[in-house]
Design a protein around this ligand. Structure first.
Ligand code: 4NP
Length: 153
């Protein structure tokens, strides 16, 4: 069983979308991968994803409406094998909590899995307009494909 954690700031936009996308791609493949998501901040703990994230994911056939935000905790380093962060700020915040070199090695910028993507950071769609969520969804979809390709090779 491989365990993967998606991390952003609020755990209501980017990382729940990433979680839902990867879960959908895994479903029915027989792959033994557990996926979860968390935020470095605690502002939205206990909330469902942002309505714009839910609506965008639904448009592409991914249901994230049942997900509930939680904050990243140290024990996530113990539980998860791969920790994918959405931007550099998330990277800094997560690595600050690491205690060992092994912890730190688990943390990667999610978009770097697909070098054909022009960005290494997923823009924060929270303050932007609704279109931003579609771009974010597509980046996360590509990086999720790259992840599955990577673990198959
Ligand atoms: P996320 O987006 O990190 O993709 O979930 C954000 C959600 C909320 C806030 C910032 C980013 N906030 O400042 O409350």
């Amino acid at each position: 069983m491989m365990r993967v954690l998606m991390v952003c700031l609020g755990n209501i936009c980017r990382s729940p979308m990433a979680e839902g996308i990867l879960l959908k791609k895994i479903a029915g493949t027989g792959l033994s991968i557990e996926v979860d998501s968390a935020g470095t901040g605690n502002y939205h703990v206990g909330e469902h994803p942002d309505p714009r994230a839910i609506a965008t994911a639904r448009r592409f056939g991914v249901d994230i409406s049942m997900l509930v935000a939680r904050q990243f905790v140290y024990s996530d380093f113990i539980k998860f094998d791969r920790i994918f962060v959405m931007d550099q700020s998330n990277y800094t915040n997560v690595v600050q909590l690491a205690r060992t070199a092994d912890d730190r090695k688990k943390v990667e910028l999610f978009l770097t899995l697909d070098p054909t993507l022009r960005l290494t950071e997923v823009p924060d769609p929270w303050f932007g307009h609704a279109d931003g969520f579609i771009d974010v969804f597509q980046m996360l979809d590509q990086a999720s494909d790259a992840f599955l390709k990577q673990i198959h090779s």
